[in-house]
Design a protein around this ligand. Structure first.
Ligand code: 8GP
Length: 830
């Protein structure tokens, strides 16, 4: 394609495209140029925020160069690519991460200092990109970091929400939600691609056209919304590769309804335009819970259609045969949200590319793979058939056809077993009928995976049991989640990172986390232990300052910091934690001054958002704050206990909290937390954990050993029987729990009637999450924590061994496993 240019032109381009050397001086030039031109400011009015913008733009210039080179080489090599489709990418802040991954932190830091700024102040100006709810969205972000670092040819596809996850404020102890208008001031981390626009169709009808002995379908009419691409560059660590997340934004088609306009209905014509923009306005704020809003379904199709159009266009450029599609393209479905992509690809191949049905289906099923992230029934996506029919009339036909052919095969496998057929069917035969998205995702994929060993076993034994019978076990795999050590240690905990690098004598551990194992040799080194402790202490001081700033409570950095930060959900049992806190409070209150001297002072820290419609979860927040306001004021307990609820927990708040924890709690009812990823972050940052036998806790336990973790509670295989007992028998309540409940009911923490619905979940609600069954062993485990913390030397050793044995939980390991056993892709290094 260069042939259209004269050689002199090409030469000039090459001469002018030589990348600038990057050092302090060139950075400063670039900084000032951006202040002057991009921001139209000058030395007279440059504040911290404009300094942030200028620095971000200077970094962005370098990112774009790398991004271009990466795209160019990936196009040239034309290797198989993976496309990661995720409705959530919880990226957090980008500046610090980009500086570290590009190796520019020191030189740029010096550079801004000489210009009269502090790097910390500049970094603090950035707002989080919070396009996700919790673990699922943050996992996608960690995976993009690893894909870039390992040089895989990969793209992410998502939605550019105008409003990310809501901001949480605490008013009178209750959660209040405020819109997160994160794009308020320009976003330097995205590149608007006004040239990349895809038409997405909704509604209309389908014509059946017979041509000779062939039938084809034509989907026409309805409304069209345009998808505009915004590209977010993701730099790898210590490599030149920089990959792309393409986020789609909806906008109306340029064509304006002049008919209506001329008829005097100007406002209505404008309203229709605005409706199109509204499509990508807001992220649905539910974690592990499905809410069947039509707009959400529209978002899903909008994003899937635009992404597939893009993927197919890229494939067609190489002019290969369609059979080669699965050799060039792997598509990973992050949960069932993008499951319509399966139907859309089949539609493109059959209706537009005129492939025959079976050939098309063969391509589809070799292209897709599907990750499940939960077994909770309320999270399983299903959409009413009438809703899909209205929005996507051709897709619903395809879904019914796919289901018919699928069930015909199942019928051959299990002749006459109608129940089996009904259980496997993509369609739930209720009134109205529903499309079960997980079934669609399984039938349309060549691999299905869970996200931790126990979870992957449970999906095979419970929700997908019948599919295992039909397909055999090999279609189902485990890919234990991972986290990126770049953000979650190097960036969030710079002092620990430095100490590790100095001790090991290299930085290679950031790309091969198993190298941390060598830290084990230093546990007997007294000076090393002292420094290890000093790092933890300074991180606790940093968190204590943050707590003073946001909730105006003083906490003692020498106390044991006990943390539970994650979405508020009944299955995660923050309720059990706060009930335990009340027990602790009452125990301390009943002590003599003598006895008190033996108590380990504790700061119990909570953080997390509740879905705005989740009443019980919101009451848990209220209870935590009510307990906090009583306990924190009570001078009779001599600062032995403080309770803190940190508002608006998000990625950048997590970066302050996680490095400061002594113990963190991951205490879901066994079998309910698919994996958890914050458990990995805490242990990597040398915090011990108190956990149930659930999710990735189990594998962390295997790696770090019995002595360095506190595990308690019933096992997943006991849960059914325990629930049965609550349902049909009179199970006596744990006496300590009973006392705590009576205390709440007596009004010790404010009006008792407020908390009645919460307490009812334990009684009338049959204690579905088994708090009373685990409460005794929970309190016992907490006692062991206190005892262990008193033995300082042993505690530090445990802490070191935690970090040293986390090699397995890098997202690099996880991504390599996906690449090798599911996607079949190889690295292409720039
Ligand atoms: C979460 C799981 O709850 C968490 O254990 C896991 O670490 C994380 O995914 C990443 O794998 N699951 C979800 O957020 C989830 O299933 N969300 C809804 C779409 C169902």
């Amino acid at each position: 394609e260069l042939s259209k240019w004269r050689p002199e032109v090409i030469e000039l381009w090459e001469k002018c495209s030589v990348p600038e050397t990057i050092n302090k001086e060139t950075f400063q030039k670039s900084f000032i140029r951006h202040v002057n031109t991009t921001l139209a400011r000058s030395i007279y009015n440059v504040d911290n925020f404009s300094a942030y913008q200028a620095t971000a733009h200077a970094v962005r210039d370098r990112l774009i160069q790398r991004w271009n080179e990466t795209q160019q080489i990936h196009t040239e090599r034309d290797q198989k690519r993976v496309y990661y489709l995720s409705l959530e990418f919880l990226l957090g802040r980008s500046l610090d991460n980009a500086l570290l991954n590009l190796g520019l932190k020191d030189s740029f830091g010096e550079g801004v200092k000489e210009l009269g700024f502090k790097m910390e102040d500049i970094l603090d100006q950035e707002v989080d990109a919070a396009l996700g709810n919790g673990g699922l969205g943050r996992l996608a972000a960690c995976y993009m970091d690893s894909l870039a670092t390992l040089c895989y040819p990969a793209w992410g596809y998502g939605v550019r929400y105008t409003y990310g996850i809501f901001q949480q404020k605490i008013v009178d102890g209750y959660q209040d939600e405020f819109p997160d208008y994160w794009l308020n001031f320009d976003n330097p981390w995205e590149l608007p691609r006004v040239d990349i626009v895809v038409d997405v169709q909704f509604g209309g009808h389908v014509n059946k056209i017979t041509e000779g002995d062939k039938v084809r379908h034509e989907w026409i009419g309805g409304e069209t919304v345009q998808a505009v691409a915004y590209d977010v560059p993701i730099p790898g660590y210590g490599v030149k590769n920089c990959i792309n997340i393409r986020l789609w934004n909806s906008k109306p088609r340029r064509k304006f309804d002049f008919g209506k306009f001329n008829a005097g209905e100007y406002d209505q014509a404008v309203q229709e335009q605005m409706k199109a923009e509204f499509l990508t306005a807001v992220l649905y704020p539910n974690d592990n819970h499905m809410v069947g809003k039509e707009l959400r379904l529209k978002q899903q199709y909008f994003w899937v259609a635009a992404s597939l159009h893009d993927i197919v266009r890229r494939f067609k450029k190489s002019q290969r045969d369609w059979n080669e599609f699965p050799d060039q393209v792997a598509i990973q479905l992050n949960d069932t949200h993008p499951a319509l992509a399966i139907v859309e690809l089949q539609r493109i191949l059959v209706d537009e590319e005129r492939l025959d049905w079976d050939a098309a289906w063969d391509i589809v099923t070799h292209t897709f793979a599907f990750t499940n992230h939960t077994v909770l029934p309320e999270a399983m996506e299903k959409w009413p058939v009438p809703m899909i029919s209205q929005l996507l009339p051709r897709h619903i036909q395809i879904i019914f056809d796919l289901n018919l052919f699928f069930l015909q095969r199942v019928e051959k496998f299990a002749p006459g077993d109608r129940d089996f057929l009904a259980r496997l069917s993509i369609i739930e035969e209720s009134t109205p009928q529903y499309v079960r998205m997980a079934h669609l995702a399984i039938v349309g994929s060549h691999r299905v995976n869970g996200v931790a060993k126990l979870h992957s076993k449970l999906i095979k034994e419970t929700i997908f049991k019948d599919f295992v019978k039909y397909y055999g076990p090999d279609k189902f795999e485990n890919k234990t989640n991972g986290i990126t050590p770049r953000r979650w240690l190097h960036q969030a905990n710079p002092k620990l990172s430095e100490l590790i690098t100095e001790t090991l004598g290299h930085k290679d551990w950031l790309k091969d986390l198993t190298l941390l194992k060598k830290l084990e040799e230093s546990v007997h080194d007294k000076e090393f232990r002292r420094r290890w402790m000093a790092v933890k202490h300074s991180n606790k001081v940093r968190l204590a300052e943050y707590i003073r700033d946001v909730v105006d409570v003083d906490v003692n950095p020498n106390a044991l910091f006990d943390v539970q930060v994650k979405r508020i959900h009944e299955y995660k049992r923050q309720f059990m934690n706060i009930l335990g806190v009340i027990h602790r409070y009452n125990t301390i209150k009943s002590m003599s001054p003598e006895q008190m001297r033996d108590v380990v002072p504790r700061v119990v820290i909570f953080g997390g958002k509740a879905a705005p419609g989740y009443y019980i979860a919101k009451l848990v927040i209220k209870l935590i704050n009510s307990v906090a306001s009583v306990v924190n004021k009570d001078s009779t307990i001599q600062d032995l206990l403080k309770v803190i609820f940190i508002p608006d927990y998000n990625v950048s708040v997590a970066e302050i909290i996680i490095p400061a924890s002594d113990i963190s709690q991951h205490i879901s009812t066994a079998g309910t937390e698919a994996s958890g990823t914050s458990n990995m972050k805490f242990v990597l940052n040398c915090g011990l954990i108190l956990g149930t036998v659930d999710g990735a806790n189990i594998e962390i336990h295997e790696e770090i050993g019995d002595d360095n973790i506190f595990m308690f509670g019933h096992l997943a295989e006991q849960v059914d029987d325990l629930r049965y007992a609550h349902r049909y028998r009179d199970v006596p309540m744990d006496p300590h729990l009973d006392a705590v409940i009576k205390d709440i009911e007596s009004g010790s923490f404010g009006e008792a009637r407020i908390f009645a619905p919460l307490i009812n979940t334990l009684t009338f609600g049959k204690d579905y999450y088994l708090i009373s069954d685990d409460f005794g062993s929970y309190l016992d485990a907490q006692k062991l924590v206190d005892e262990a913390y008193k033995k300082e030397k042993d505690w530090v050793k445990k802490s070191i061994l935690c970090t040293a044995n986390m090699g397995q939980f890098s997202s690099d390991r996880a991504i390599k496993e996906y690449a090798e056993s599911i996607w079949g892709i190889i690295p292409v290094k720039v």
